[in-house]
Each structure stands twice: as C-alpha cells, then as structure tokens.
Design a protein around this ligand. Structure first.
Ligand SMILES: NC(=[NH2+])NCCC[C@H](N)C(=O)O
Ligand SMILES: [Mn+2]
Ligand SMILES: [Mn+2]
Length: 319
C-alpha cells in the first residue's frame, strides 16, 4: 500500500520538476502571546514578514493577499483568570475571530497562511479550516504534543492544550469554541518531532491512541518514512491536510528564537524535506507557522528559517 503511494508521489514530483502550482495565498497575522509565558512571540508575524515572506512567495509564482494582523489585547490589560487556564477568555475570543477569517479565505478560494503568535492561535485557524473541510486531518510538527488539559498542565499555558481541545478533549470553553466539537477526528491527527511530553499528557495521548512520531521514531525510520506515514494518516482517503508548524520542532541550534526550546530537534534538512513532501501531495489546504520569539532570536534567524520552510511547504524545489 505505501509503496503505491510513494510511487505516486515520485511521479508527481518528477512531472512537476521546475514548476510550481500557483496559488492565491491569504496571509493572516495572529500576534498572540497570551497562551505562553514568554513575551516575544507577539512580534512573530512582523519578524516573519520582515524576513521577506511576501516578496519570496511572489517570486515563487504565487499571488499574495496580506490582510495584516488581528488585534490582540495586551496581557497587561487582561485578568489572568484561572491559573490552570490562563487568559482563557481572550484566547477563545481570538479563536472565534480567526476561525471566521480562515473560513472566509477558503470560501474565497484563497489558501490561508496564518502567522503566530503562540500555538494557542491554532485553535482558531484549525476551527476555521474544519468548518469548510469537514474531513481535514492535521500534521502537527512540534517538540511538544500540546495535548494537556486543565488537570495535567504543568504551566497553565493554553498553547500546551490546543491540540487536545481540537480533538474534543479538555475544558468545555476551549473544546466548544464556535459552538461545535470536535473540530478534528482524533484518528486524523499526527504529531511529528515530539520530544518533551508531560506525564499526564503522555497518558492522554495513549488513552486516545493519538499518532505520535517522536524524535526516536525519526531516528529509527528516517524523515521520509515518517512523513509518508503522517501524510497517509492525516490525509486518509486523499483528504485535505492542514499543517501546523511549531518552530520549536527544529533543533534550537537552527531555531534559537522560540519560547520553549528543547534539544535534539529536527535538523535543517529534515525540516525542509518534511515540508517538501507535504508540498508534493498538493493536498495541503492551510498552514500555520507559530512560536517565533523575536526577543530570544539571534538576528532574525528563526524568522528567516520560518520563511524558508514555508516556501518549501508551498512548492519551492531545489531543481
Ligand atoms: N506550543 C508550545 N510551545 N507548547 C509548549 C508546551 C509546554 C508544556 N507541555 C506545557 O503544557 O506548558
Ligand atoms: Mn506547539
Ligand atoms: Mn512546541
């Protein structure tokens, strides 16, 4: 079975050598940092644009509609609320707004590219995609699983709970954002690059049989095998795929500008190849790039890498 699919990919990528599939891309900035402890991811969308995102997408042959950033309230002006679910209210408010923006982009036949911000913004982006593509699967590339709930979180930071919420697990306000749940079929969720899971989170992942490819799996099987499997699971029956790229999936030597760095991550080439494989499928319908923390970054390196990886995911090839 998987030989058949890999043969298909091979032929498709051969056929497209040197050409890209031109798309209309709608760029949406979600400079939220309420889901994480470290201030600095709120500059992420600006840093990614500054690193040349729009211009390079144009050069690749795409057309781009950059609608700017969503307004996010400052943490200083917000009550923290429940310490196990910090800033729940403004985070769910943003999710509703972003969800509308993302489904609107898709209805206008534009590809939503959402720039974070911390990973809590994916509650909105993925809800918006799932409203239009009911069968969408998610490839979550991350050092973390973001599968905590109120009772397992070590930090109270909601960015560590978002994937569980999308699968219908956790606090009802997070789970039912927009008035419906679950957003994603948990059998179509795949985590790639995991290496820092909390104890209660591990139990939840096992209990719900979530597909997780850890860094050990990657060492054992290689990025090509892992991504092939990830694409088959998230994109079952040739279905649509959403990619959520947390920049802390990369090794901190490549991506120092993230709030929660963990050693032993994806290499530069592994990350690019993963993106290239997703591009080859031509089934990605939307993408998030999150957790670029400019205060911790070195000369915008992480934002530049975010741009490079986005280009690979959107069709850039070496030859
Ligand atoms: N999107 C992220 N960077 N998440 C980090 C989560 C870290 C930790 N597991 C927590 O729940 O607090
Ligand atoms: Mn994350
Ligand atoms: Mn992470």
């Amino acid at each position: 079975m998987y030989y058949f699919i890999s043969e298909q990919y091979r032929q498709r990528s051969m056929a497209n050598r040197g050409e890209i599939f031109p798309m209309r891309i709608r760029v949406i900035g979600a400079p939220i940092d309420l889901g994480a402890d470290r201030r600095g991811v709120d500059i992420g969308p600006r840093a990614i644009r500054y690193a040349g995102l729009i211009d390079q997408l144009h050069r690749l042959g795409h057309s781009v509609n950059d609608v700017g950033n969503i307004n996010i309230p400052l943490p200083e002006n917000q009550p923290t609320g429940n310490p196990r679910l910090k800033y729940l209210e403004p985070i769910t408010n943003l999710a509703v707004e972003l969800s509308d923006m993302v489904s609107d982009a898709l209805q206008s036949e534009e590809f939503p590219l959402i720039l974070g911000g911390d990973h809590s913004m994916s509650l909105g982006s993925i809800s918006g995609v799932a409203r239009v593509h009911k069968d969408v699967g998610v490839i979550w590339v991350d050092a973390h699983a973001d599968f905590n709930v109120e009772g397992t979180t070590p930090s109270g930071n909601i960015h560590g709970m978002i994937l569980a919420a999308l699968a219908g697990i956790g606090n009802e306000h997070l789970v039912n954002v927009g008035g419906w749940a679950p957003k994603i079929d948990k059998n179509k969720i795949v985590i790639v690059g995991a290496r820092d899971l909390d104890t209660g989170e591990q139990e939840l992942l096992r209990k719900h049989n979530i597909h997780v490819f850890t860094m050990s799996d990657l060492d054992r099987r290689g990025i090509s095998y892992v991504m092939q499997q990830a694409i088959e699971i998230a994109g079952a029956n040739n279905g649509p795929i959403h990619l959520s790229l947390d920049m802390d999936s990369l090794d901190p030597r490549e991506a120092p500008g993230v709030g929660t760095p963990v050693r032993g991550g994806l290499s530069y080439r592994e990350a690019h190849f993963a993106m290239e494989m997703i591009a080859e499928t031509q089934r990605m319908v939307s993408m998030d790039v999150v957790e670029v923390n400019s205060i911790l970054d070195r000369e915008n390196t992480t934002a530049q890498l975010a741009v490079e990886l986005t280009l690979s995911a959107l069709g850039k090839k070496i030859l």
